[in-house]
Design a binder for this molecule. Structure first.
Ligand code: MD3
Ligand code: FE
Length: 209
């Protein structure tokens, strides 16, 4: 379903077995060279914790090494995730040419506990305006999808559930958005997570080494 120019939500896109498999990969990422951490934005720790693949996101920039954590290079961006991202674009109506050109090179993997939130923001640290592909696993959240002008109204609150795909292309790529709350203990049994919520966003940084 379309929520705005270029914003398409596909409920239940990931099957339960794919969710379980991805949660298993998440456990490997967390145990990888760069531990999951709460990024500091203007001196304040975020309540969301993030581990990255391909490029390491720090507020306002991407680096290959996690110089704000332990200096280690982040894990490579997995090929299966490139293909999954391309399938996500194909299945949300993007043209064949756009699908072929889609080469996501970073994933921000966010973990939300019951108390975590994400304030309204734009994703502007990427030089590429290629679509962002978002996958949610675990507890439901209330996602706030806003406008391109400011953090306030008009916005639409959408419940995101385990397995949901959300693709943000076109004008929606620069829309303000955030997560206003996590709905404790709403994860479907057997998704692989017993508490909290994972969100994966794959993106194209537009960077070269
Ligand atoms: C709309 N994450 O990591 S995913 C983020 O649920 C982020 O963890 C949220 O916002 C989360 O930056 C929301 C949906 C999302 C992701 C990127 C977008 C929506 C977007 C980029 C542009 C517009
Ligand atoms: Fe964002």
């Amino acid at each position: 379903s379309r929520l705005g120019d270029g914003a398409v939500l596909v409920p239940g896109w990931l099957g339960i077995e794919e969710q379980v498999w991805i949660v298993g990969e998440f456990r490997n990422w967390v145990a990888g060279p760069v531990p999951i951490r709460a990024a500091k934005v203007r001196g304040h720790e975020m309540s969301v914790r993030t581990v990255c693949l391909g490029w390491h996101w720090q507020p306002y920039k991407y680096t290959r090494a996690a110089t704000d954590v332990n200096g280690a290079r982040v894990l490579p961006f997995p090929d299966w995730m490139v293909r999954l991202g391309q399938r996500a674009l194909r299945e949300t109506g993007h043209s064949g040419a756009e699908v072929d050109a889609y080469a996501p090179d970073t994933a921000l993997v966010n973990y939300y506990d019951d108390a975590a939130r994400m304030g309204m923001h734009q994703d502007k640290d990427e030089r590429s305006l290629a679509p962002v592909v978002s996958l949610s696993i675990g507890d439901d959240c209330t996602f706030r999808f806003g406008n391109t002008e400011n953090r306030g109204r008009p916005y639409t609150d959408v419940r995101l559930r385990s397995g949901d795909l959300f693709v943000f292309g076109g004008a929606s790529r620069l829309a303000y958005h955030g997560v206003t709350r996590v709905h404790s203990r709403t994860a479907p049994e057997g998704c692989g997570l017993t508490t909290g919520r994972i969100n994966i966003t794959m993106r194209m940084t537009g960077l070269t080494d």
